[in-house]
Each structure stands twice: as C-alpha cells, then as structure tokens.
Design a protein around this ligand. Structure first.
Ligand SMILES: [Zn+2]
Length: 65
C-alpha cells in the first residue's frame, strides 16, 4: 500500500520537512504537530480551512512522480 506524502513547502513554508502516512488524515496530523512545534503556529492556525484545503489537494501517493 502506498503512503500519502505531504510537504511543508505545500503550505508555502520554506522548510524541507515531509510527512508520510497511510491516509491524508495521518499526514495532516503530522503536519499540524510540526507546524505548532517547529513553526510556532497555533492550534487554530493549523486547523484552518485553508490548511485542510491544502492537505486535501496536495497530499499525493508517494513515488507517484
Ligand atoms: Zn516545516
């Protein structure tokens, strides 16, 4: 089963972090945690509609390039 992959740059942040997981939800969870821990964002910021939208549209299958 392929993992989904999402990158910090997908959110417009200049950061090399990547998140992998079996579902969009799982990569989004990692991205939220990362946003708060590394980028000092608030829970509100990482749970915004814009973030959900980006995760839904940008998360893709790993090695799908
Ligand atoms: Zn980052």
């Amino acid at each position: 089963m392929k993992n989904k992959i999402l990158k910090c740059t997908d959110f417009g942040v200049d950061c090399p972090a990547e998140f992998r997981g079996p579902t969009v939800d799982s990569v989004l969870e990692q991205a939220k945690k990362h946003g708060m821990e590394v980028h000092g964002q608030t829970a509100e910021q990482v749970s915004s509609d814009a973030v959900m939208q980006i995760a839904a549209t940008k998360a893709r299958d790993e090695d799908g390039s």
